[in-house]
Write a protein that binds this ligand. Structure first.
Ligand code: PLP
Length: 371
């Protein structure tokens, strides 16, 4: 039986041919494909302005800069995310203020945000972990009440929605990632949805060395910017992915449903909320029974020909963060989930029988270890 990875992008032949055309065209960095991809993304996001970037990480960093976050500011976020969520806060000179997660949704516990707000708090970065959206109604009630900006880390939430509205089509700044593992990919890349058109010029400057060209030969730089533009090669992949989004999401939902149908609840694992309205099912994550050795589980699954991912150890437990004063024990829900969670295979090219194979292997391993 062939190895089943925990994820794999689905890229069709038309997209591969399209990328070859871009490569032959003589224009391979940012150009017409980027413009076309941004126009399609904007259409998807209800007409809001969208600009693409080289990665989801730099997209978030630019989002924070546009929100005016800088040295001396605090940004509230979750410790249970890919480390980029917090690193970008440090990158702009601000301080991450972590708030523990809700053990059921595994997303930031919105009830715990108010006590963490200080005079220095400038923004909130919510993360839609595994594609399950943070409650946008409560989030924006909070941000309005305390006049905080929001940079949505929707890296994992492309294709998800909140009560019938697409993530990205409303709210403050919304950041997506198109890394290879995401629900649609450009290999590496990201996109920022802007709350209004007036931010477009600064966004474009921050993306490309601050440069503004004019006339035949004019060039001016009035702010410092990085080098974070998406290439036409990447954008062409994205253009080939977008038409498949609905089909990809539907398949992910069907596979997730099958996990719930087949899962043996007596194993003692914690499953995610059964949300088939909002989530895009970016990942299917189970929390192993308390004390179960995760490394042994992963090795045994590999033996059975199945890949397992680890997303993620709590950010504040990394040594670079401990050196800044964060300590183990501060956010027990995130720490426990971060230690015990496993990401099981879920991607559009999988079949329902693959889910059955995974569930059987999980049963054998967890039960076998208990004997
Ligand atoms: C929650 C979250 N935030 C940020 C990122 C950063 O995105 P990228 O890898 O495209 O830089 C990712 C993806 O890797 C992510 O999953």
């Amino acid at each position: 039986m062939s190895f089943l990875p925990f994820t794999r992008p689905s890229i069709d032949e038309a997209t591969i041919a399209g990328v070859a055309e871009v490569l032959r065209s003589g224009w391979i960095t940012s150009g017409p494909q980027v413009k076309a991809f941004e126009a399609e993304l904007s259409r998807y996001c209800g007409g809001r302005p969208v600009r693409t970037f080289a990665s989801g990480t730099i997209t978030m960093e630019v989002g924070l800069r546009l929100a005016g976050v800088g040295p001396g500011d605090e940004v509230i976020t979750t410790p249970l995310s890919w480390v980029a969520t917090a690193s970008v806060i440090l990158e702009v000179g601000a301080r991450p203020v972590f708030v523990d997660v809700d053990p059921v949704t595994r997303n930031i516990d919105l009830k715990k945000i108010e006590p963490a707000i200080t005079k220095k708090t400038k923004a909130i970065i919510p993360v839609d972990l595994a594609g399950l959206p943070v409650d946008r109604d409560l989030l924006y009630q909070l941000s309005k009440k305390h006049q905080l900006r929001v940079v949505e880390d929707a890296a994992q939430a492309f294709g998800a929605s909140w009560r019938g509205r697409r993530i990205g089509s409303f709210g403050d700044l919304v950041s997506f990632s198109f890394h290879a593992n995401k629900n649609i990919t450009t290999a590496e890349g990201g996109a920022l949805v802007l709350p209004d058109e007036s931010l477009v010029p600064l966004t474009e400057k921050l993306r490309f060395q601050g440069v503004v060209r004019s006339g035949e030969d004019g060039m001016e730089v009035d702010v410092l910017g990085g080098k974070a533009n998406m290439t036409d090669i990447a954008a062409r992949i994205g253009l080939g992915q977008l038409p498949h989004l609905e089909e990809f999401t539907a398949k992910r939902r069907a596979l997730a449903r099958h996990y719930f149908e087949r899962w043996d609840r007596s194993l003692g694992c914690e499953l995610p909320p059964e949300d088939f309205g909002n989530s895009n099912w970016h990942m299917f994550q189970a929390v192993l029974p308390a004390g179960f050795p995760r490394a042994r589980f992963i090795a045994a699954m590999r033996e059975a020909g199945i890949g397992v991912g680890v997303h993620y150890p709590a950010i504040h437990t990394f040594s670079a963060y401990r050196a800044l004063g964060y300590r183990e024990g501060q956010f027990p829900n995130a720490e426990r989930i971060g230690r015990e969670t496993v990401t099981l295979p879920l991607f559009p090219a999988m079949e329902l029988t693959d889910v059955e194979r995974v569930v059987k292997a999980v049963n054998d391993i967890v039960r076998g270890a208990r004997k």
